[in-house]
Ligand binder design. Structure first.
Ligand code: GDP
Length: 701
């Protein structure tokens, strides 16, 4: 089998947008146009297009897949199959509670289209997502959508992008007309103007540049060419000498600059009114990277712990990352993978190097807008889904068993909020367990656990909304109704100083006794480092076989907490001394001794509570600014910035999660329904003493 699409003609991209900016509409149009072009490419008759449109109208396009494959021939190549590209669209979520999902998708996509609402411009979540894309080094193009809406203002949108996101965004297109007079899109590099005709804008017609725009076009084109030329030594020379630079050279240079994130092209249109989306797809091909443009992927060889690289090439050893597990109504569980190097073949055995076990690759499927396709293989740079994997979870590496490698996993933050949940009826008990287990498998930021004392089920996640959605999915997808309790903050415990302590578990009265004896040292670790256990036992004062039990006892005690029953974190524990008894020592005795020593040491090491602190941005009409900031202050907020956005005021703050329950409602009532806010996890911080006392008190009851 040779690959269907050369790697250079592959694009793995995501569409990122603030909620309501039009991501769904843009995606639908993309799938519609790419579907049409695919049909045209195959059959070359007008009728087929109509058939396809007819079918689509009846059925509606489904876009629920984590990675949807479609095909595109740039419009300037007409319908020449030679130039067909495969585009894998990777789903990115819209809501702020799911920033994790955004990060997860950024890990496996190579480029992104960022969609903006042409009326609202840059919104808070666009900023957050933009920063993540920077963090992951993802090249971008911008699509300013909704230019047909009342209040759309292209100049202002550009200004907000320049001010709030990057000064290196360059305007590649101008809208022809605006609001209800929005007619088409003008490409500055080629100086061509387009209208989009037909029921869904599928016929692209070149039109004259409107006379009143000619001057503006030249001015904007000059600015654009200068920006592009500045990124290329030869071009800047020509530019300064006043030479006309060929469009092809400008496009090439812009591609290079976009891949390096030195420039970000801005395009425009209206997805709802079917304008501009095809040209945006052209730009995806022209300016966003193919997998072969990327540097080699890095990983750790589990055998020798050395860093190794794999180039994006079919001839390299296989390396792939499982990035999403999804329940599928037809085939059960689907594991979505991105292949970085080599070829993942049906029927082969691969190594799950993260878990160190083998997986057999049964069926491979590729998801399209309205059908799925069985595939024999997934080549380097491509994505697909595997059916029926047994032991692979999100973030695991699947690799050539002869060339093991662990790719950098996707890091997921720990849940910050939990609620108790019980089934509405006893009959639902078992069903609820199964449903929650399924949901947890799909979503690594969602956890299920049991309370050992009460036997109740506790679910934990990233926010109130996250858990609401889980409970709702349980109802809709599994038909299980649950009663939930009040949301609880996921506090943690940590220590602020060093301490040593002894742990003894010795029982020696008659028969075989118990003997476990250890000395431990505890020290604080930097915030977020978790838990570390070091074995410094020398000369066999504790025999090797009892070390692991000690560690187990220590870990279990830390998990249970010492101060108020919350897990003890950011702590380093060193086992450095102890003693044993030839006959009476056992694994059990050492485990207990470890647990006693840890509790004792922690008590001496200035225990404190930690709480999750959220980054909050509240937006309010200026009239209510005082009320909003006053209210935030009463919630222990630290206000970090205040700004203006049009006529509204923006307040940035960090606020403990415990103070943010029900904030939606109070913000609305404070601002006559006009305020809004976004919130995401920031970090864990020490709980002030007076507050901590109340929490510990409450926990004891
Ligand atoms: P998402 O939340 O980002 O997925 O946004 P949707 O695609 O669901 O769009 C949100 C709303 O904006 C819907 O009512 C759409 O019909 C509307 N919308 C999307 N694109 C446009 C556009 O180009 N112009 C106008 N006027 N409305 C649009």
């Amino acid at each position: 089998m040779s690959r269907q699409y050369p790697i250079e003609k592959t694009r793995d991209i995501g569409i990122i947008a603030h909620i309501d900016a039009g991501k769904t509409t843009v995606t639908e149009r993309v799938l519609f146009y790419t579907g049409v072009s695919y049909k045209i490419g195959e059959v070359h008759t007008g009728d087929t297009v109509m058939d396809w449109m007819e079918q689509e109208r009846e059925r509606g396009i489904t876009i629920t897949s984590a990675a949807t494959t479609c095909f595109w021939i740039p419009t300037y190549h007409k319908d020449d199959k030679k130039y067909e590209h495969r585009i894998n669209l990777i789903d990115t979520p819209g809501h702020i509670d799911f920033t994790v999902e955004v990060k997860r998708s950024l890990r496996v996509l190579d480029g992104a289209v960022v969609v903006f609402d042409g009326v609202a411009g840059v919104e808070p979540q666009s900023e957050t997502n933009w920063r993540y894309a920077d963090e992951y080094g993802v090249p971008r193009i911008c699509f300013i959508n909704k230019l047909d809406r009342m209040g759309a203002n292209f100049e202002k949108d550009i200004l907000s992008i320049h001010e709030r996101l990057t000064p290196n965004a360059v305007v590649l297109q101008l809208p022809i007309g605006i609001e209800d007079k929005f007619e088409g899109v003008l490409d500055l590099l080629t100086r061509k103007a387009y209208h989009f005709e037909g029921e869904k804008g599928e016929r692209i017609i070149e039109v004259e540049i409107p006379a009143n725009m000619k001057e503006l076009v030249e001015k904007k084109r000059h600015e654009l060419v200068e920006k592009i030329a500045e990124t290329d030594d030869k071009l800047i020379h020509d530019f300064l000498e006043g030479k006309e630079i060929p469009v092809e050279d400008l496009k090439k240079a812009l591609r290079v600059a976009t891949l390096k994130i030195r420039l970000v092209p801005i395009l425009c249109g209206s997805a709802l009114k079917n304008k501009g989306v095809q040209l945006m797809l052209d730009a995806v091909i022209d300016y966003l990277p193919s997998p072969s443009d990327l540097p080699p992927v890095k990983g750790i060889n589990p055998n020798n712990h050395n860093e190794e690289e794999r180039r994006p090439d079919d001839n390299e050893p296989l390396s792939a990352l499982a990035f999403k597990i999804a329940a599928d109504p037809f085939v059960g569980s689907l594991t979505y993978v991105r292949v970085y190097s080599g070829v993942l073949k049906r029927g082969s055995y691969v190594l799950n190097s993260t878990k160190n076990n083998q997986e057999r690759i049964g069926r491979i499927v590729r998801m399209h807008a309205n059908h799925r396709e069985e595939a024999d293989e997934i080549c380097a740079g491509d994505l697909g889904a595997l059916v029926g994997l047994k032991n692979t979870t999100t973030g695991n590496s699947l690799v050539d068993p002869e060339h093991p490698l662990i790719l950098e996993s996707i890091t997921f933050p720990e849940p910050v909020i939990s609620i108790r949940i019980e089934p509405k009826t006893k009959v639902d008990q078992e069903k609820m367990g199964i449903a929650l287990h399924h949901l947890a498998e799909e979503d690594p930021t969602f956890r299920v656990s049991g309370d050992l004392e009460t036997g109740e089920t506790i679910i934990a996640g990233m926010g109130e909304l996250h858990l609401e959605i889980i409970v709702d999915r349980m109802k809709r997808e599994f038909n299980v109704l649950g009663n939930v309790g009040r949301p609880q903050v996921a506090y943690k415990e940590t220590i602020k100083s060093k301490a040593d302590a002894e742990g003894k578990y010795i029982r020696q009265s008659g028969g075989r006794g118990q003997y476990g004896h250890v000395w431990l040292k505890v020290e604080p670790l930097e915030r977020g480092k978790g838990f570390e256990f070091i074995d410094e036992i020398k000369g066999g004062v504790i025999p090797q076989e009892f070390i692991t039990p000690v560690e187990k006892g220590v870990r279990e005690a830390a998990e249970k907490g010492v101060l108020a029953g919350y897990p003890l974190t950011d702590i380093k524990v060193t086992l450095y001394d102890g003693s044993f008894h030839e006959v009476d020592s056992s694994e059990f005795a050492f485990k207990i001794a470890g647990s006693i020593a840890l509790q004792e040491a922690a008590r001496q090491a200035k225990l404190v509570l930690l709480e999750p602190v959220m980054k909050v941005q509240a937006i309010t009409p200026s009239d209510f600014l005082g009320d909003v900031t006053g209210d935030l202050s009463s919630r222990r907020a630290k206000i970090s910035a205040m700004g203006e956005r049009g006529t509204a005021r923006v307040v940035d703050a960090t606020v403990p999660l415990a103070e943010m329950f029900g904030y939606v409602t109070s913000l609305r009532s404070m601002t006559q329904g006009r305020g809004s806010f976004t919130m995401e996890f920031s970090h864990y911080d020490e709980v002030p003493r007076n507050v901590a006392e109340l929490i510990i008190e409450g926990k004891k009851k």
